[in-house]
Design a binder for this molecule. Sequence first.
Ligand code: ADP
Ligand code: UDP
Length: 238
Amino acid sequence: MENIEKGNLLTTGKAKSLYESNNPDFLVMHYRDDTSAFDGKKIESLDGKGTINNKFNGFIMEYLESEGIATHFVELINETDSLVKRLDMAPVECVVRNVAAGSICKRLGLEEGIDLNPPTFEFFYKDDDLGDPMINEYHIKSFGWATEEQVEQMQVKTFEVNTALKKLFSNSGMILVDYKLEFGDYKGELLLGDEFTPDGCRVWDVETREKLDKDRFRQGLGDVVESYQIMAKRLGVI
Ligand code: ADP
Ligand code: UDP
């Protein structure tokens, strides 16, 4: 895309900032080094995280497009910025889990590491003040957060992403444990939005089961950005 100019700041999230561009259909997504966990209660700036996440996301989004999954990603602009289609976001998070970890273990009293076969799906309502509560598809429809068709599509697309990415990670010696996706409407079409980066998924080494994702930050394991880089190198992102 030629002659894209970064315009006014539109929103500042916990890890990314969105800017308008000179084209009303496109936004500039800026990946910051800010890292947060526990609904924003633990915050740190990690040198180089914005750069690695921007590249990681671009690689995954292009891979998903090649697998037939439509996304908002247009192109990388520079080290920390990407051009994306401007979406009307559904305020929900779609989570698929192949292996039990994180909140499902607490909620259901499970041991971390149990295989979930078939993989399971959860919706969460995006609201930090409420701690992103788990919801079901009836809540989404009753509160008008998305239509019935969009709810159906979010589930189908999130599982399509699972098929594509489980294979990609496993071919590089990694297990895709779980991940979170967000979707939004672009001129009547539901597109995968937001990001797919080590901030929003869990990935373990297949042999050692070492954690390579944001759990390193959540659990104070150290080498957070270094682990994101290891994941990226194995996939061929960098
Ligand atoms: P959060 O505070 O939600 O963790 P981030 O720092 O990830 O947020 O900020 C990104 C924000 O931009 C989120 O609110 C997300 O829903 C929104 N968003 C992601 N992709 C798009 C898009 N293509 N168009 C409009 N908004 C988007
Ligand atoms: N996740 C996310 N943003 C959120 C909540 C979860 O990206 O606001 C991701 C998280 O990184 C993990 C998956 O979604 O890969 C499932 O998260 P979980 O419900 O276990 O919550 P957590 O205990 O990680 O907060």
